[in-house]
Design a protein around this ligand. Structure first.
Ligand code: FAD
Ligand code: SF4
Length: 499
């Protein structure tokens, strides 16, 4: 009984469950580039190039491993444009009886594919989804830190017997240094596109000219060995100071010491556990400090797994959560970068150019502004999903709805990540080049983040008063004289009206 093994664009792992359950001597692998997946949001051009070029290279990798691969290109005249259409065409082509696949990474496809394919669990993740639900439902509040400790015990990473290495679970307090000077900072490894990737670049230029983002220079790796080389480069050059500068932002240097590996990890070109073992080995050999190794491992086995479990646990309606009743449309400058706020201009321009921004740029600049301005969380979610090369709903949505916008009412995050300009000034060099004055709370030229921050505290005071991490700011607001409060609110409202 011949089966069709459907491999999706973010399932580029030779040991994925669908391939492990298949027989290379009998079954046929189907990979299809379809319009439905390239356009369900208007993905950044670089993201489309990355996914399609990595798919083409993976098809070649599988052929070399002895699989029979049927590959449908986007510009094939008979391409139906949907996964369903291509799977059914291929069934007839190969005389196969049924379709086997590893479960997709989002509700939209899960609901579609479960009607016509046999789906196997995706075993490339470290946490067990059902186990997570039992754990979560037995707790009054969810905190990533508790989940993370379970994952440390489960994987044995950075453990000395039953105790955390160096006696502490979390070294985050050492990871908040302001930015260094630009000299001597590492750069991510840039890979020149090969012929196959160039072909995809030309296709994307032709087919998606009106999608967001620049396309050249394109330097993401599109093969497994290229992704591994990029990660090894990070181990040698970025990891040592990763922890220290994890929260820092620097104009003109958007990567600082970050790994720039989510693009590869989320496609299946890198394995999370292998990466974490390699990072631990760097620490155990004395080449990098514990705060860097622990900080990196926490992001991968902690946050990444935690947000994925929340995504599947909460169901498709999580995308519509809006606990703070935020209804403002997304400001147009999120697409153009045309704003006189230097921090937003820098992060959005970088996003347009690189399809990348690091975590604090996403959380504390673009996310923070949207939170303070009361932008509709679903509109913001669609933006994040479109503009980053690493964006897939299972990881992007909880980060946006839960962590960044507090739209789930505090299920994922213990407090809203709201901050005034003082935070951005402390952690970046953006304010020096800005038209606004970060030190002024109100008045001509005052930083918009400042008035918006206090407006946010005032507007949500009834809710924030009950939050141990925000109650203090409500009390501070209440110490401001009434006419000062009036001035702040009037200036914030005028700013928002002008957006
Ligand atoms: P590094 O800073 O070097 O971290 C190493 C790895 O840790 C990352 O590659 C990533 O796999 C993992 N990681 C770190 N933080 C998180 C996190 N909060 N959630 C999940 N994994 C994490 N990450 C995505 O992979 N895809 C997304 O679509 C995405 N959308 C986001 C949207 C918002 C609003 C926010 C605040 C964060 C989002 N993140 C997303 C998380 C994080 O910003 C990126 O994983 C990170 O910036 C990727 O760059 P890097 O590889 O250089 O990461
Ligand atoms: Fe951003 Fe305000 Fe600093 Fe300007 S002054 S860069 S708007 S935080």
């Amino acid at each position: 009984m011949k089966r069709l093994i459907l491999i999706l664009g973010d399932q580029l792992s030779p040991s994925i469950s669908s391939l492990r359950a298949a027989d290379p001597a009998r079954d046929v692998v189907l990979m299809a580039e379809v319009t439905a997946e390239t356009t369900y949001v208007r993905h950044h051009k670089k993201k489309i190039v990355l996914v399609l070029a990595a798919m083409r290279h993976f098809a070649e990798e599988l052929s070399n491993l002895g699989w029979m691969v049927d590959y449908v290109r986007l510009d094939d005249p008979d391409n139906t444009g949907s996964l369903y259409g291509e799977a059914h065409r291929a069934l007839a082509r190969h005389g196969a009886t049924n379709i086997l696949a590893t479960e997709p990474g989002e509700w939209r496809l899960m609901e579609d594919m479960s009607a016509w394919a046999e789906l196997l669990p995706d075993t490339r993740y470290l946490a067990d989804r059902q186990g997570f639900v039992r754990w979560a439902e037995a707790r009054k509040t969810l905190r990533m830190e508790h989940f993370y400790r379970l994952m440390r015990r489960k994987t044995g990473l950075l453990m000395d017997g039953d105790r955390p290495a160096e006696g502490k679970w979390n070294f985050d307090a050492d990871n908040r240094s302001p930015p260094p000077g630009p000299l001597g900072l590492p750069e991510p490894l840039r890979t020149a596109p090969d012929t196959a990737t160039r072909e995809v670049l030309n296709l994307v230029k032709r087919r998606f000219p009106d999608h967001f983002g620049g396309i050249e220079p394109f330097w993401f790796a599109t093969t497994r060995s290229g992704a591994q080389a990029a990660f090894t480069h990070f181990l040698r050059h970025g990891l040592r100071d990763f922890g220290r500068y994890q929260d820092a932002m620097l104009g003109g240097h958007g990567f600082l010491c970050h790994a720039v590996v989510s693009v590869y990890l989320n496609l299946g070109l890198l394995d999370p556990l292998d990466m974490c073992h390699a990072v631990e080995a760097e620490w155990r050999s004395g080449r990098v400090p514990i705060n860097s190794a622990e900080g990196f491992i926490r992001q991968v086995i902690g946050w990444r797994e935690f947000v994925r479990c929340i995504y599947w646990w909460q169901g498709p309606e999580y995308a519509r959560r809006n606990a703070l009743a935020a209804e403002r449309p997304l400001p147009w400058f999120y697409w153009t970068g045309e704003t006189s706020m230097a921090c937003l201009r820098a992060c959005i321009t970088q996003t347009h150019k690189e399809a990348y921004a690091h975590h604090i740029q996403r959380l504390m600049v673009t996310g923070n502004f949207a939170l303070l301005a009361g932008v509709n969380p679903h509109a913001l979610h669609e933006w994040y999903l479109a503009v980053y090369a690493d964006a897939y709903e299972w990881v992007e949505l909880p980060n946006t709805i839960g962590m960044s916008q507090f739209a789930d009412g505090g299920l994922l995050a213990s407090k809203p990540y709201a901050a005034s300009g003082a935070y951005i000034n402390r952690m970046s060099d953006y304010c020096g080049a800005c038209a606004y004055n970060v030190k002024a709370r109100v008045g001509p030229g005052a930083c918009p983040f400042n008035v918006l921050y206090w407006r946010f505290v005032a507007t949500h005071a009834p809710r924030l008063r009950g939050n141990p991490r925000m109650a203090h700011m409500v009390r501070v607001w209440e110490t401001f004289p009434p006419d000062h409060q009036q001035d702040v609110l009037a200036q914030a409202d005028a700013f928002l009206a002008g957006l």
